[in-house]
Design a protein around this ligand. Sequence first.
Ligand code: ADP
Length: 244
Amino acid sequence: MSMTADYLELSDVRVTFDGFRAVDGVSMTVLQGDLRFLIGPNGAGKTTLVDAITGLAPATGSIRFGTTELIGRKVHKIARLGIGRTFQTASVFEELTVLQNLDIAAGSGRGPLTLLRARTSVPAVVEETLETVGLAAHVGRKAGELSHGQKQWLEIGMLLVQNSRVLLLDEPVAGMSGEEREQTGALLRRVGADRTVVVVEHDMDFMRTFADSVTVLHAGTVLSEGSVAQVQADQRVQEVYLGE
Ligand code: ADP
């Protein structure tokens, strides 16, 4: 099988804080089109691993995006290569409209004053993204007025207009209603079809419904990996979760 260029390949990744091994030799490969869930008890190293991929945490080993090594590159360089990340608290510009938020993310070069004037045309990528993330009916609303779920979708949209090829999402459905969860799952399926998506998640029901594959971290190492059924049947995973 030939791999497409957008896969993420981690090999023996380690992150140490004052001698404490938060990530202790993680190897994993996430292919384009795979919706990978990264789970594990609190303190397992999930956030630190995502920090390592995005360049926020100093790591050793190898993290490759296709043939490009990410370790050693600066945060903004990694982002510019197409590695996008969201946080639990959506970082959108609350005082600006949905459209303005996407415009800024798209880096259209328009200054703030131009952005505030009435618009006659919307760039195709922004228009497409509004549909993809289900916010077309909300273009003129201030981001601060959106529901928690809608803000998360806007943030994902901001990554899409930046042409992110890898999406690293931190608990995207935390605090969402049941309906918003379903919509988010459908959104991840859509955007994940031709991207590489890693979802850090505590919500096991959401994981069971939408994961293509799962990596379970424990104490900085990969405890188990495979399909939802495979990791659920893994005795070691059951022990870790029962012991929580
Ligand atoms: P998770 O996201 O799975 O809950 P984290 O990656 O946040 O786990 O944390 C993994 C371990 O690394 C924890 O024991 C945490 O206390 C520790 N840790 C995380 N960041 C730092 C840091 N900046 N300095 C020291 N220890 C840290």
